[in-house]
Ligand binder design. Structure first.
Ligand SMILES: [Zn+2]
Length: 117
């Protein structure tokens, strides 16, 4: 991976972190008290969805933060299984990935057949 590519992926991750931070800080956790039962039920289900999204966002936030620390590592961008370069497009879409697409598919296949037993 060239320094330019590394910089591009680093910038991309920083932008995603900024976006996630904005969403996490601005999540609308409105008060639940409400006289109307139907309205209350609807607010509860909205709140559950908001909380699920926050959980996903905060998980992603910490994964990207860790990936951002690894980006300076000379091994960053190499598949941890086969050692080949992970395509830049894949790293941009999934900056936390440590596997190339072939290895990920093989691993999923192995997991699927292990579950089938
Ligand atoms: Zn691989």
């Amino acid at each position: 991976m060239t320094e330019v590519e590394r910089g591009e992926i680093r910038r991309h991750m920083q932008e995603r972190l900024a976006c996630l931070r904005g969403r996490l800080e601005n999540a609308d956790l409105f008060p639940l008290s409400c006289a109307d039962e139907n309205e209350l039920a609807s607010r509860v289900s909205e709140l559950a969805m908001t909380l699920a999204l926050r959980k996903r966002d905060s998980g992603l936030f910490s994964e990207i933060t860790q990936a951002l620390r690894r980006v300076e590592d000379p091994e960053f961008g190499l598949c941890t299984r086969c050692g080949e370069d992970i395509p830049k497009a894949r790293l941009k879409a999934h900056p936390t990935t440590r596997l190339c697409l072939d290895c990920m598919r093989e691993m999923e296949e192995t997991q699927r057949s292990a579950r089938a037993c």
